[in-house]
Write a new protein. Structure first.
Length: 260
């Protein structure tokens, strides 16, 4: 008799039973229904810096890589390049570092579930109270779906499930910070998200010796050029927001026009 699919699980951090969608996917952890042991809310609330992210990775059977944190920090610096508080000469180095770390922690989660970046590590034993409900044939089908590339008209290309999740998370972040109220600004935000994805994948391939440093630098330059472009000045910042690309884009546009 086929088992009834499980649609919820317990968060071991807050002890709440939540829908599976409230947990980050974990491609190897069958005993946790292929999800993290912590819910997304606990992960985001707890993880504010490098050390708390390391603890999160340890308790959720995720491999920690210093290079992965370095990538998140680099992204944070680009995002903060237009932040009024960050670039203010009166802001102390300690406060700037605090802003970098907080932003990098947020970027870490937007990058985390790319299959190219994290590996399964059995930090926590598999003899917990949860029982796997995915049968071997279902496991195979699930992994094939994750690796299969399908054309997505919204993103104008073929992507895996993990890559689409990355793109959607990145775009959602832009929507939180900016008013994307016309076709041009929405298309441009999608271009920046895709460039960010390509740069992250290229960096990982370079570290593994698959592509040259020159190929990685080319992908990174495309992201850098798009993220610093004056085109993002067209995106009005939402009230109360001070981070992101808009302020930098506006600054560059004014420099290009006035030279001041």
């Amino acid at each position: 008799m086929r088992k009834t699919p499980v649609t919820s699980k317990l968060c071991v951090k807050c002890n709440r039973v939540l829908p599976l969608g409230d947990f980050y996917p974990h491609k190897e952890w069958a005993m946790q229904k292929y999800r993290d042991a912590w819910c997304k809310e606990c992960a985001i609330q707890y993880c504010k810096d490098e050390e708390t992210l390391k603890q999160y990775c340890y308790e959720n059977n995720r491999e920690w890589k210093d290079s992965f944190w370095g990538s998140a920090m680099k992204k944070a610096q680009y995002i903060l390049a237009g932040d009024a508080k960050y670039i203010n000469p009166k802001t102390s180095p300690d406060k700037k570092r605090e802003l970098e770390v907080k932003t990098a922690a947020r970027q870490f989660f937007s990058m985390m579930n790319l299959s190219q970046f994290y590996g399964y590590v059995e930090n926590v034993g598999q003899d917990g109270e949860y029982v796997a409900d995915i049968q071997p044939d279902e496991e195979m089908e699930q992994r094939e779906r994750q690796l299969k590339r399908t054309y997505n008209p919204k993103w104008g290309g073929s992507f895996t499930e993990d890559e689409i999740k990355y793109l959607e998370d990145a775009y959602s972040q832009y929507e939180e910070d900016f008013v994307l109220d016309n076709v041009n600004t929405r298309d441009y935000a999608r271009k920046v998200a895709k460039a960010s994805l390509n740069a992250d994948i290229a960096e990982d391939k370079m570290r593994r010796g698959i592509i040259s440093a020159g190929a990685y630098k080319e992908a990174q330059k495309i992201f850098d050029d798009l993220s610093k472009s004056a085109n993002f000045a067209a995106c009005r910042r939402k009230p109360g927001e001070s981070s992101g690309f808009g302020s930098l884009g506006e600054t560059i546009m004014r420099l290009e026009v006035s030279g001041v």
